[in-house]
Design a protein around this ligand. Structure first.
Ligand code: FES
Ligand SMILES: [Fe+2]
Length: 395
């Protein structure tokens, strides 16, 4: 028994979390139930197609809300940077010589040219190619060619325009409005310790890409929030992998959604010591646009897919998708396993989830006035997301 306690104390936080959640799923299965909302929600199709609603969402969620620009370890050293254009506000996110992460508009204070043109890299200083102004890692201008001939009062403008940026829980958050205030504590609302379970600072990115989808961004996000479609839409890709039983917890506007492997059918009949906890998939939603899916199609349970959704218009969004190794890549075989899992995930997301999403887009505007779309109690994740959007948008 003492050995058992000691072994458990050496487990990763992720394994400890799975150990806590598995009995909840088994209990649901034994009672023939799962996490359910109180009733059916009726959604108006305009939720997905109204351009006026979208304009307000873009302002509120993608200009005035903290968004994840990258993981901390994508800025490993002083001078490391990424460019971040997904909100359509061009930004540079850079770790300064002092180790602090900052964000700036990628817009030269001289005449607005794009200053950094690479997606990522490392530099101690960088120059605008138009007239050669040079900047340090804090965004300050440190060189102006032929400065003596450059007339007028320019001191106040000799800095890239700052946007809020802050690093927490292995994530870099930015807010795409210059000189605004970002309140991350209020935004995270106690979700931080849950995100820490993923030990994102140890994760390693293996492969990823941006998918361009013609549909509403919320319709795309909805596909992650219910298991109801698994046995229909994904019957070939995920056949026999998952049970529909799920557990659900909210943290402010964020949530953690836990669904069960098909092995749940055996877990109800066997002692806990025989459960393969690594099979338990977890899904974190960081409002408004990020889904971190852990272990969903990996038998080792240590791959993590991060999906960031960025809308461009009411009917177009980019789905930024990347697969990460939780705790880092352990061997060439591990990398190969992750790469082959990526192909499975990519195929399911693109050819199944987003395919339905895109096909539904024209149909939604054809429905007669007064039509309501039912969101079932078993689609509790959707109900929670929609309710938060309703509340913040006043709809
Ligand atoms: S626009 Fe950048 S130096 Fe002129
Ligand atoms: Fe799906």
């Amino acid at each position: 028994m003492a050995d058992d306690v000691q072994l458990r104390s050496q487990e990763t936080p992720l394994r400890q979390l799975r150990r806590r959640l598995a009995p909840r799923l088994v209990d649901y299965a034994r009672r023939g139930t799962m996490a359910l909302a109180d009733g059916v929600m009726k959604e108006d199709p305009s939720f997905f197609i109204d351009p006026e609603l979208f304009a307000r969402e873009r302002q509120k969620f993608f200009r005035e809300t903290p968004l994840i620009a990258c993981l901390s370890n994508q800025l490993p050293e002083p001078g490391s940077f990424v460019t971040f254009d997904a909100t359509s506000v061009p930004m540079i996110v850079m770790r300064g010589k002092d180790g602090q992460v900052r964000a700036f508009l990628n817009v030269c204070p001289h005449r607005g040219a794009r200053v950094i043109r690479n997606d990522s890299g490392k530099t101690s200083r960088f120059s605008c190619r138009f007239h050669g102004w040079t900047f340090d890692t804090t965004g300050k201008v440190i060189g102006v060619p032929e400065e003596a001939q450059f007339c007028g009062e320019i001191d106040a403008q000799k800095h890239l325009t700052a946007c809020p940026a802050e690093e927490r829980h292995g994530l870099v958050f930015v807010q795409a409005t210059p000189n605004s205030t970002m309140d991350l504590d209020a935004h995270l609302a106690g979700f931080g310790p849950e995100i820490d379970v993923l030990e994102l600072h140890k994760a390693e990115r293996v492969i990823g890409e941006d998918l361009e989808i013609r549909a509403n961004w919320k319709y795309g996000i909805d596909t992650f929030f219910e298991t109801y479609h698994l046995n229909s839409l994904h019957r070939e890709t995920f056949k026999g992998l998952f049970s529909p039983v799920c557990a659900f917890e909210t943290f402010g506007r964020h949530h953690r959604y836990t669904f069960a492997p098909m092995a749940l059918d055996e877990w109800v009949r066997t002692p806990e010591s025989e459960w393969n906890l690594d099979l338990l998939p977890l899904q974190y939603f960081i409002f408004p646009n990020t889904v971190i899916a852990v272990g969903s199609v990996s038998q080792t349970g240590v791959t993590m897919t991060i999906h960031n959704i960025f809308p461009h218009s009411v009917g177009e969004f980019t789905s930024r998708m990347a697969v990460w190794a939780v705790g880092g890549v352990r061997s060439p075989e591990h990398r190969a396993d992750i790469e082959s899992n990526y192909e499975k995930i990519r195929s399911a997301v693109l050819n199944e989830d987003y395919s339905v999403t895109s096909e539904a887009w024209p149909g939604l505007s054809s429905l007669p006035p007064g039509t309501k779309l039912p969101v079932g109690p078993n689609e509790i994740g959707l109900q929670n997301f929609h309710r938060n959007v309703h509340e913040l948008m006043g709809v």
